[in-house]
Write a protein that binds this ligand. Structure first.
Ligand code: ASP
Length: 328
């Protein structure tokens, strides 16, 4: 057979193969590892929740989920990166109440809108927020803490994970309830902020429970109140802010998975299903519950429920932030 004919034959064979494998590939999502962006430093709450659920989701999906910490600007740097990623199901983000709700009002020029530029995958964890302070903070309960901060507002400082983060936004609420404006010290996540609190370099912070339980139990930091209606089983000795005399401080945050707008429905459904399976797994549930997380039940899971949550959280935080007069 002349060379040209043989070549043409081989090419035809190749394209037939390609045609065959195209639909097969679409059916086999995910065919390679998935990147999950964590928009804060390693070791903090968002990172902890991401690693716990991603570990189990990897097993269900048959592909590794690789965590990538992309820090900066209260989580909005990582969220912007995720928004701009190719919407092919291979990049997702573990967002939270800050990146995908509070940031909208804090940054009038935010590069993304949580609902218009993302697809929702599902809520991963409810994370109550606590007011915590360094071990030798001169107060033994929330009332004393409030009195001390009011009297020493020019001396105390509060740690946070950047403008737009949960810690920033919830302490913004606390400060506005107390009528104080203490010095705010930014970190790239509340993992490093907690280290500064442990080292006594900062005085207090408002943070998600999953970052705090072991250090509170060990007595390495003080917990003055939890901003939920009920006490948390992981920290039964910590009073609610209502019990402790500050009912206006009611805050619970959350972490949830999002994908760039336009991610195929098949990929979103597989991711949502894998997340839900992770939340049903006894090992995952124990790890999250031991850290005080409120594990979403079936009615709070999935894409539609997360859409509703994001809508209501944007509506909830916008007036609080506008009233504070803080925007970037
Ligand atoms: N909990 C942090 C926040 O304040 C972020 C983190 O490190 O996960 O938003």
């Amino acid at each position: 057979m002349p060379l040209l004919h043989r070549l043409a034959g081989a090419l035809a064979g190749l394209s037939a193969l390609a045609a065959l494998s195209a639909p097969a590939q679409a059916q086999t999502y995910p065919a390679r590892p998935i990147t999950m962006i964590v928009p804060f430093a390693a070791g903090g709450p968002t990172d902890i929740v991401a690693r716990i659920v991603a570990d189990h989701m990897s097993k269900t999906l048959g592909q590794q989920i690789v965590i990538e910490n992309v820090v900066g600007a209260g989580g909005t740097t990582g969220a912007t990166r995720a928004m701009r990623a190719k919407p092919d199901g291979y990049t997702v983000i573990m967002g939270h109440m800050g990146t995908h709700a509070a940031a909208v009002a804090l940054y009038p020029k935010l590069a993304y809108h949580p609902l218009n530029n993302f697809e929702t995958v599902g809520l991963a964890a409810g994370t109550p927020v606590l007011i915590v302070a360094k071990k030798d903070f001169p107060a033994k309960d929330l009332k004393e803490f409030v009195a001390y901060v009011k009297a020493n507002a020019d001396k105390v400082n509060a740690a946070h994970a950047g403008v737009g983060s949960v810690s920033f936004t919830s302490c913004l609420l606390l400060n506005s309830v107390l009528g104080v404006k203490p010095t705010a010290i930014p970190f790239q996540g509340t993992g490093p902020a907690l280290n500064a609190l442990l080292g006594g370099q900062v005085d207090y912070m408002c943070d998600q429970i999953v970052n705090l339980v072991p250090q509170i139990k060990a007595g390495n930091i003080k917990a003055f109140g939890i901003g939920t209606p009920d006490r948390n089983p992981a920290l039964p000795d910590v009073p609610t802010t209502k019990e402790a005399g500050l009912p206006e401080f009611e805050v619970s945050a959350w972490n949830a998975i999002f994908a760039p707008k336009g991610t195929p429905k098949e990929a979103l459904d597989k991711l949502s299903d894998a997340l839900s399976k992770a939340l049903d797994d006894e090992g995952v549930r124990k790890r999250l519950a031991d850290l005080g997380s409120d594990i979403p039940g079936p009615d709070r899971r999935g894409q539609a429920a997360l859409n509703k949550l994001v809508e209501s959280e944007i509506a909830r935080w916008t007036p609080v932030i506008k009233a504070s007069g803080i925007t970037q």
